[in-house]
Design a protein around this ligand. Sequence first.
Ligand code: CMP
Length: 146
Amino acid sequence: HDERTFVMAKPDAVQRGLTGEIVSRLETRGLKLAGAKFMQISEELAHEHYAEHEDKPFFDDLVEFITSGPVLAMVWEGADATRQVRQMMGATDPAEAAPGTIRGDFGLDLSQNIIHGSDHEDPGANEREIDLFFDDEELVSYERAD
Ligand code: CMP
């Protein structure tokens, strides 16, 4: 079934010029871009987005990093899109991520791991994150030829 999922190229991806590579990988895999926003995340938005990690020891570092520079926030659409993106991203820790995955190829460490994608094991996480970053009218429906 087609679904939408939230994906974000983190500040390290922007700094290192990897946003195009990320878009390209998702695009050529057949996923469809439904929305995109190049933006600076506020402290408040960072707290909301990472609310589930609020009690973790790395929470302050996480907020500091994700607000340290612009990100490319995106919505991607496709069959099983959430799980598919997670597979293409690889493990959270780049040291554990398989070669060929985005983090396995470009990630530096647990914090500078290039990309965020909605958790496929947390039902509703994709919708929640999309709603947090995008208004309905910012998302586009269209046919892709492939
Ligand atoms: P992300 O998918 O954006 O969701 C939570 C983030 O916490 C995760 O990617 C990591 O980048 C970040 N993080 C930083 N330190 C840790 C840590 N020690 N354990 C797990 N996640 C961490």
